[in-house]
Ligand binder design. Structure first.
Ligand code: SF4
Ligand code: MG
Length: 334
């Protein structure tokens, strides 16, 4: 299997209000702080975590809607972090995004026809007939009728608006779609319709998805492999079954303990995390999860763990799996 996307040590820092980059005294918010993962062709890679952990910023930085501070973003082997704005614009044909809020991402004064067509104009498709033909084609693929194309966004329900958002993403025949909480604003019954549509389109066109979500049960059903983010870092990356059956990182363990057990006989203990996610402008020392961790070791307070493979296709960033096991045995854990 070929990786279509390789993200390597990606960083996105924002200057704190009032500050200017480049001065020593200055603080930065490390929204994305050294994130690495591969996405394989045709798969759905989930990115999960609580809000504010850097999921959306990661997605937007891959698209260069935000400029990366550091790191490599290899799309089909080519580093798009290095591309000029102009070359990046061309590449947007291949990488598209679906937003959480279909209301906000649609221009209220534009007919659906124009909304779906607009990217084609931006990509320089000058033949009007060709554009109209293509709009009709994608409209049908997402389940919109020809009559609906001459209507305005306010005439559509949330689920239909997301179909419009999907059509707009699909129009340029992308290879990779970054879906940022695409169903979070929708009712549960509508959620599964939109997810089924996304899955059908994936099969039909061989699409690769990055699926960003805070909803672990949606991710469980929709994704093949998953990366768990905490405070701007990827703390665990695994295929779906390994992650849901045997989460390794205590943060992942706690998040997943809230889900109903898939084995009726196996009773799960719900792990309630203490406190909130700390501010990324002032992250804790060592493992940034340590103030909330129920398995914290002494080493965790000072040393940052790194993402390491524990089994094939199961990576974790935690001292429990990095030769610190003796400490647990000698009872030094909190
Ligand atoms: Fe907890 Fe330490 Fe692992 Fe961090 S490194 S998750 S504090 S056990
Ligand atoms: Mg978000």
């Amino acid at each position: 299997q070929n990786p279509i996307l390789q993200v390597q040590d990606l960083k996105k820092y924002f200057p704190i209000k009032g500050g200017v980059f480049g001065k020593k005294t200055l603080k930065q918010v490390k929204a994305v702080d050294g994130v690495s993962f591969d996405v394989f062709e045709g798969e759905t890679f989930g990115i999960v975590g609580e809000s504010g952990c850097g999921k959306s910023t990661t997605g937007r930085t891959i698209l260069r809607l935000l400029e990366p501070t550091e790191g490599k973003i290899l799309f089909q082997g080519r580093d798009i972090a290095e591309l000029s704005k102009n070359d990046m614009r061309k590449l947007r044909k291949d990488i598209q995004i679906i937003f959480q809020d279909p209301f906000a991402s649609l221009n209220p004064r534009m007919k659906i026809q124009e909304t779906i067509e607009e990217p084609l104009i931006n990509f320089g498709v000058t033949d009007r007939n060709e554009r109209e033909k293509r709009v009709l084609e994608v409209a049908e693929q997402v389940g919109l009728t020809k009559a609906q194309l001459s209507r305005f966004p306010h005439e559509f329900s949330g689920g239909q608006r997301q179909r419009i958002g999907i059509a707009r993403a699909l129009i340029s025949k992308p290879k990779l779609i970054i879906a940022d909480e695409p169903v979070s604003a929708l009712d549960v019954s509508i959620q599964s319709q939109v997810l089924n549509l996304m899955r059908d389109l994936q099969k039909e066109f061989g699409l690769t998805y990055i699926f960003i979500s805070h909803d672990l049960s949606v991710v469980k059903h929709f994704c093949d492999r998953i990366g768990v983010m905490y405070l701007g870092k990827m703390v665990e990356v695994a295929d779906k079954n390994s992650l849901y059956d045997t989460p390794l990182h205590p943060y992942a363990e706690a998040l997943l303990s809230a889900l109903p057990s898939s084995h009726p006989l196996q009773k799960k203990q719900r792990i309630i995390l203490q406190g909130d996610v700390p501010s990324p402008s002032n992250p804790p020392s060592g493992c940034t999860f340590h103030p909330r961790c129920f398995k914290c070791l002494d080493v965790c307070k000072t040393e940052q763990p790194s993402l390491q493979p524990v089994h094939e296709d199961h990576l974790v960033s935690c001292h429990l799996y990095q030769g610190a096991k003796e400490q647990i045995a000698t009872g030094e854990s909190r």
